[in-house]
Design a protein around this ligand. Structure first.
Ligand code: IMP
Length: 423
């Protein structure tokens, strides 16, 4: 069976967690392929909100296996907190959670390095979640990292020490004013590693391969969004992994010809958290309304998200680099009440009108060109049938489908599992 992919098409926070949870009943295995605790995947069901950071969003379904792939970076301390919460919810994760031996581990000093590096950047800071993501992937590509499988070796603590000592010297180099008590952080880390070591470690690419041969259905779950991709995103204001479809191949060991459907998730408008260019960003009441109604605060850091109109140039680009086969539009309900909606259909780039996503979208180069749409006022959260959706919303959807040359198969009208309309 081919592996289906589910990815965010904007700057993250599109609502991937909700859709994975909705789709999990169709899959035997849910597999995360990149990112780490910088992600915050929110699921709402039975009146409760659950936030997952590293654990795949299929964990609440007892029949699905949940794989943390080799492309993911794991912070044992945050992982333990997630597991403790699952235990409180009586989720029997030991039976269903599998971890790749090749996934890399975030050390306490990776987090400190992230903080020191950001502090040293001053105004040019990325706005990182400070979870140690960048420094951990740097150690991975620099061939210095500590992997989950290393925890099974008798000398793993010596390997840990050598790496942490090196990090301490690097932290000194930054000369940043960060306060920390490493001994305290390490006590917490070693305690959390004990729990991690009690879980099931596997050679995950082999597991994925055999599962496919056995006809099991697999959904690969992405984190962050395509415009935060290390290669295709708005560099340097990006994360440190490939958030696009290719990341599922390297982050799980799935061969490119084994990819099936590619589900692209996008919000009916755009948000961004952290620094970096955002051509359609709003600084007026419309942006405020989106933030308030959409409760646009980061699930991981609690930071306010920047809001703006839908950027079709970015969305087209994301569909292209990912090979999206089906689109899923989230938070359509948030746009209820706007008299007029705008969609950015082109950029005025260095004086010329272009429709592709260029090398650089800094505000001095890019001015959005908008098409306007009539809004709708109906409360969508009470609707469960596609045929009940307001005419103006259908016009909006039809326009997007045509422009993106891809069907929109799900329209989400609220955070709950049940507030999902299939087309
Ligand atoms: P890092 O991956 O924590 O280093 O953060 C790099 C950039 O990506 C920052 O602008 C973050 O705000 C952003 N970012 C990282 N993870 C997420 C996410 O899950 N959702 C939205 N933005 C994210």
């Amino acid at each position: 069976m081919a592996v289906d992919l589910l990815l965010g098409l904007q700057w993250g926070d599109e609502g991937k967690g909700k859709i994975v949870d909705v789709l999990t009943s169709k899959y035997n295995i849910i597999a995360r392929f990149q990112g780490g605790p910088n992600a915050g995947h929110t699921l709402v069901f039975n009146g409760k909100r659950h936030v997952l950071h590293t654990i795949p969003s299929g964990i609440f379904h007892e029949d699905a296996k949940n794989l943390v792939g080799n492309g993911v970076v794991i912070d044992p301390v945050i992982f333990k907190k997630e597991l403790d919460k699952l235990e409180e919810q009586k989720v029997d994760y030991r039976k269903t959670l599998l971890i790749s031996r090749k996934a890399h581990i975030i050390l306490p000093t990776h987090r400190l390095l992230d903080a020191a590096s950001e502090a040293s950047k001053g105004k040019a800071k990325i706005g990182s979640t400070l979870k140690g993501i960048g420094p951990t992937y740097m150690d991975k590509t620099g061939r210095n990292g500590l992997r989950v499988g290393d925890l099974e070796l008798s000398d793993w603590k010596e390997r840990y020490r050598a790496l942490a000592d090196k990090h301490e010297a690097m932290i000194d180099f930054y000369n940043a004013e960060i306060q920390y008590d490493l001994a305290e952080l390490e006590t917490e880390f070693f305690e959390a590693v004990k729990l991690l070591k009690s879980l099931t470690f596997i050679d995950s690419e082999e597991y994925v391969y055999q599962s496919q041969k056995e006809g099991k259905t697999i959904l690969a779950e992405g984190a962050q969004g395509s415009l935060l991709d290390i290669d295709f995103g708005t560099y340097p204001f990006v994360t440190s992994s490939n958030t696009t479809a290719a990341g599922a191949c390297t982050g799980l060991g799935v061969a490119p010809n084994q990819i099936g459907d590619v589900f692209g998730i996008f919000k009916a408008y755009t948000t961004r958290v952290g620094s970096g260019p955002f051509p359609t960003e709003l600084f007026d009441q419309d942006g405020e309304t989106m933030a308030q109604v959409g409760q646009e605060f980061g699930a991981t850091t609690g930071r306010a998200r920047r809001c703006g109109w839908l950027d079709l140039v970015g969305l087209k680009y994301a569909c292209q680099v990912n090979g999206v086969t089906q689109l899923m539009m989230m938070k359509a309900d948030v746009l209820s009440g706007f008299k007029t909606l705008k969609v950015c259909t082109a950029y005025k780039y260095k004086g010329e009108v272009i429709e592709h996503f260029p090398y650089n979208i800094e505000p001095e180069n890019v001015e959005p060109v908008y098409t306007e749409f009539e809004g709708w006022s109906e409360d969508l959260t009470k609707m469960s049938e596609y045929s009940h959706l307001p005419k103006a919303l259908n016009t909006y959807i039809d326009f997007l489908e045509k422009a993106l040359e891809t069907p929109i198969t799900i329209v989400s009208v609220g955070p709950d599992r049940k507030e999902t309309i299939f087309r």
